[in-house]
Design a protein around this ligand. Structure first.
Ligand SMILES: [Zn+2]
Length: 141
């Protein structure tokens, strides 16, 4: 038995923190399913769990995480700058930079964090874990 594929689901905060650190929400494996900052493979390098798990709407959830991250950053910046009395032009310039930079830099995190949310909502089935185990065996892991 592969212990990484057999483990039980962690608590939601743990799943989210792992995702925010660009780790696999399920096993905590470094890099999760990311092959580069913008590249992904089908399964986690460490536990072999597929990030989609037969769910075609996974990418929509990741895109939603991107919207939350970007809009949350902009709104947070605007609240802080209004409270601190930042003039309008610098406020808008920084908000524009945030609107461009956060989606670019946060792209992989949207997938790994959403993977954590998805795992919380839909715990991996026996088929998911068996598929992960078979994939790991096929890789010789
Ligand atoms: Zn994993």
């Amino acid at each position: 038995m592969n212990s990484s594929a057999e483990r039980r689901r962690a608590a939601l905060p743990v799943l989210l923190v792992r995702g925010a650190m660009r780790r696999c929400a399920w096993c905590g494996g470094k890099g999760a399913f990311c092959t580069s900052w913008y590249g992904r493979q089908e399964r986690c390098h460490t536990c072999g769990l597929s990030w989609e798990r037969g769910y075609e709407g996974f990418e929509l959830g990741a895109a939603t995480m991107g919207v939350f991250l970007t809009f949350g950053s902009i709104i947070s910046w605007m609240i802080i700058s209004v409270v601190a009395g930042v003039p309008l032009v610098p406020l808008l310039i920084v908000a524009g930079v945030i609107a461009v930079a956060v989606p670019v830099l946060g792209y992989p995190l949207t997938y790994t964090v959403w993977f954590g949310v998805d795992l919380f909502i839909r715990q991996p089935s026996a088929e998911d874990l068996e598929s992960a185990r078979a994939w790991l065996i096929s890789r010789g892991s």
